[in-house]
Design a protein around this ligand. Structure first.
Ligand code: DQA
Length: 147
């Protein structure tokens, strides 16, 4: 049976992980996180693709392209979490299971980070567990798309 494909999407500034405010976001680079995520997918019997962009439109294009060939989305929308109705609409439009991940606990931080537009499209949210959150999201996704 063909493996189900999960797309892991990283939004703006997440390409700087490792260097960017490491006390908040950790010391792992995006490349390290993506490698761990792909490996986790392998152990779960999933094919994991990853995508990062600093551009809202590119993220929307990638989400739209996932319709019909991916079984689920894991997304850390970065700061677009708190601003982007367009990203929310794209997530709603593709009608796939979505898990939103944040490295930091957004509810413990500035009040402007407490609200998530994109969470309205998410089945679940993981925040504050660092890079491990992506691996937990994949475990949950494996259950959600099985059968
Ligand atoms: C973030 C939290 C956002 O508020 C912030 O803008 C980010 C990263 C996180 O992973 O904790 O870029 O999504």
């Amino acid at each position: 049976m063909a493996r189900k494909k999960i797309l892991v999407i990283h939004g703006p500034n997440l390409n700087l992980l490792g260097k960017r405010e490491p006390d908040i976001y950790g010391r792992k680079t995006l490349e390290e996180i993506d490698a761990a995520v792909r490996q986790k997918g392998d152990t779960l019997g999933l094919t994991v693709e990853t995508f990062q962009s600093n551009h809202e439109g590119a993220l929307i294009d990638r989400i739209q392209a996932a319709a019909g060939n991916c079984s689920g989305l894991v997304i850390n929308p970065g700061a677009l979490t708190h601003t982007s109705i367009a990203l929310l609409d794209a997530l709603l439009a593709v009608n796939l299971p979505v898990i939103e991940v944040h490295l930091s606990n957004i509810h413990r931080r500035e009040s402007f980070r407490h609200h998530s537009y994109t969470a309205k499209a998410a089945t679940g949210i993981i925040a504050g567990l660092g890079a491990h959150g992506y691996l937990l999201a994949l475990e949950a996704m494996a259950e959600m798309v099985s059968g």
